[in-house]
Design a binder for this molecule. Structure first.
Ligand code: CMC
Length: 434
């Protein structure tokens, strides 16, 4: 970051002397006012619930311009990455800052592929869960348990350990997600196969059985790979900030990523894709297109507590660029699988059409986000709704681990410790003789 010539001055209406703060500039996007000395000089904190105006760190990984609807990984537009790269190219880029050349790509693909198997004993740990447990509950446990199974890569001060843990997490996540799925179905686990692509391997681990192999469908493989690319990183979102905060205590990477999985689960974040599909199914069950008008009235009525899931975003105040790509993929997959007349897709298109014209959504700048169409794609592929967020976690793992690693290399990194505006009781004595 670069120090700006400009400074910010904070003045007070009661005559308290004003304080000057430095301003730093990034390469693009808003500058930041460095308020680190605020408390020391004024005995005051800043108050910013939800971090609406707070940059929690410096980062060179992902850039979002919410007004433009722009998303860049390491400077490359998401649209170009989605068209020209596969998920492992994007993982390499996010981790290392540059796209791999031919040799680097071969080496990286092989490294990840050769780490896809998980410790055999992990399945006994997994078998301790109820079969009807939510996959995100299982995944939180499994990822946390990796620190017990792979404690030879938990020394955060050792760059080799950090690298190995990153590769292990990226490589083993598909295996763990597929195992969680197979367990819920009561089917045997399918081991990874090294001759398949990252995404093809995941599809096979999900859908093959010992009685019948699964032949990878290229359109489906490409679509899922795109879902992974679109979800790979999203700067300081709630789960990434959770990973950073958790990791800032010096805990091991598996524990930090498990915290991220837990955060992602919520319906305002990664759980929105599951919630969006559930919403579409409910609309369908209540009359489909005939019910859309009534449903939209409920959405606009704050007292109903109903939100249009898959719509709105804290940062995007324009079309989420990932949603455009996902809508394209959705059309491709439905057509390749002969599901062009999918009623939920039609419903989604109609909801989108109404919302884009409706004053309520227009004035609040609410546009479809990535989750609006990703659920329809996953459902068409045969992935059950309850697994959608686990797939998001699989894809976001690279972003989490890259952000964690970046934080550890940052000379300004400290344990995250927000403060508060205390509004509770002032000191008082416990009554005697109770
Ligand atoms: N449906 C109806 N109204 C909405 C919606 C929605 N989906 N989203 C926001 N609003 C309204 C909200 O009621 C508020 O109205 P008012 O100003 O009159 O009080 C205004 O828009 C601003 O909303 P907010 O909740 O203050 O905005 P936020 O930045 O805190 O929340 C959000 C962002 C994503 C949590 C929210 O838009 C939402 O709940 N969307 C639905 C869930 C969803 O799709 N989440 C996935 C996000 S993308 C995937 C990811 O990155 O995790």
């Amino acid at each position: 970051m670069q120090l700006s010539d400009k400074k910010a001055t904070l003045s007070f209406s009661d005559g308290t002397p004003s304080v000057e703060f430095p301003i730093y500039q990034g390469t693009v996007g808003p500058d930041v006012i460095d308020i680190r000395k605020l408390y020391g000089e004024t005995n005051m904190f800043t108050y910013d619930p939800g971090f609406m105006a707070t940059a929690s760190c410096e980062s060179a990984i992902t850039y979002i311009d919410g007004e433009k609807g722009q998303l860049l990984y390491r400077g490359y537009p998401i649209e170009q990455l989605a068209l020209n790269c596969d998920f492992l190219d994007v993982c390499y880029l996010i981790l290392n800052g540059e796209l791999p050349n031919g040799d680097q790509k071969k080496e990286f693909d092989s490294l990840v592929t050769h780490h896809t198997m998980v410790h055999e004993q992990m399945q006994y740990f997994l078998r301790g869960f109820r079969r009807d447990a939510h996959p995100m509950a299982v995944l939180t446990g499994l990822v946390g348990a990796m620190s017990a199974f792979y404690h030879d890569s938990t020394d955060i001060n050792d760059p080799h350990h950090r690298h190995v843990s990153a590769i292990r997490l990226i490589a083993k996540m598909p295996t763990l997600v597929a195992m969680a799925y197979k367990y819920s179905k009561g089917e045997p686990f399918i081991y990874p196969r090294n001759d398949l692509s990252y995404t093809g391997n995941f599809l096979r681990m999900m859908f093959a059985t010992p009685c019948e192999d699964y032949e990878v469908n290229e359109v489906v493989e490409r679509a899922l790979d795109r879902i992974f690319i679109l979800h790979a990183d999203h700067e300081q979102n709630a789960s990434t900030s959770t990973v950073r905060l958790c990791g800032s205590s010096g805990t091991n990477p598996f524990a930090a990523i498990a915290a991220g999985v837990g955060c992602l689960w919520g319906p305002a974040h990664g759980g929105a894709n599951e919630a969006c599909l559930t919403m579409l199914e409910e609309i369908q069950a209540n009359g489909g297109l005939d019910y859309v008008g009534e449903f939209m009235e409920k959405v606009k009525d704050k007292s109903s507590g109903v939100r249009l899931m898959g719509f709105g975003h804290r940062v995007y105040k324009n079309y989420d660029p990932r949603a455009k790509l996902m809508q394209e993929t959705c059309k491709e997959v439905l057509s390749a699988l002969g599901l062009e007349n999918d009623p939920l897709f039609k419903l989604a298109m109609e909801l989108e059409r109404i919302a884009l014209e409706d004053e309520y959504f227009v004035e609040r700048k609410l546009y479809p986000n990535v989750d609006f169409y990703s659920g329809i794609v996953q459902r068409a592929i045969g992935i059950p709704t309850s697994l959608f967020t686990a797939i998001f976690a699989l894809a976001r793992t690279v972003g989490w681990i890259a952000q964690w690693s970046e934080m550890l290399s940052d000379p300004n990194y400290k344990i995250g410790r927000p403060r508060q505006l205390y509004t509770g009781e002032v000191e008082r004595d416990v009554p005697t003789g109770r």
